[in-house]
Design a protein around this ligand. Structure first.
Ligand code: IMP
Ligand code: MG
Length: 183
């Protein structure tokens, strides 16, 4: 599928994971999380901006008392190579001490962002800390971090859509696609 009107000129999107496949996997993740945290209250902590669509769908499949928090991290700037330098663009409004925290991430690539985030969040003494990511690119890992819940393991390609961007656009594609340059 090619959603050309959402692309910039010279770009094309090739569908990798359809909207239906995403919905069915997100429902499975929600059911698993519901089972694993039974009897507990949960904070689902979305990492902006990439996780906002994933998180919005995921929380509707988690049948538990939960609250939602967001923090903003930026690691890419306008390019596609991770600098390893992570900038916090929005901090949390509430303490995490004694809470069960599940981080919702769009994608784990080199792992540098997640490693930084997990270090920072452990310092806030949560009762437990786990990670649920929609996509995992294990081939690209530079530091050893392993998400607890993974939607899809994907090869080393630049993907966009369902919240993931390229140079800040293409988040509004309703499926996951690979970005190709046509010119
Ligand atoms: P990492 O620090 O290299 O693991 O990268 C983490 C962040 O980079 C993710 O949370 C995404 O926001 C972004 N990212 C990594 N790979 C992609 C991609 O293929 N498309 C869009 N964003 C990506
Ligand atoms: Mg992200």
């Amino acid at each position: 599928m090619n959603s050309s009107k959402r692309c910039r000129p010279g770009q094309r999107i090739v569908s990798l994971i359809t909207a239906a496949q995403i919905q069915s996997r997100v429902a499975e993740l929600g059911a698993q999380i519901t089972q694993d945290y039974e009897g507990h209250e949960l904070i689902i902590l979305g990492v902006l901006k990439g996780s906002f669509i994933f998180m919005a769908d995921l929380v509707r499949h988690v049948d538990l008392p939960l609250s939602m928090e967001f923090l903003g991290l930026s690691s890419y700037g306008k390019g596609t190579q991770s600098t390893g330098e992570v900038k916090m663009t929005l901090d949390l409004g509430h303490p995490l001490a004694g809470k069960h925290v599940l981080v919702a991430e769009d994608i784990v690539d080199t792992g540098l962002t997640l490693a930084y985030l997990l270090r920072m969040l452990s310092n806030r003494n949560p009762a437990s800390l786990r990670v649920c990511c929609l996509l995992d690119k294990p081939e690209r890992r530079q530091v050893p971090v392993t998400p607890d819940y993974v939607g899809f393991t994907i090869p080393n390609r630049l993907v966009v859509g369902y919240g993931l961007d390229h140079a800040q656009i293409l988040r509004n594609i309703p499926f996951i696609g690979a970005l190709e340059e046509t010119s």
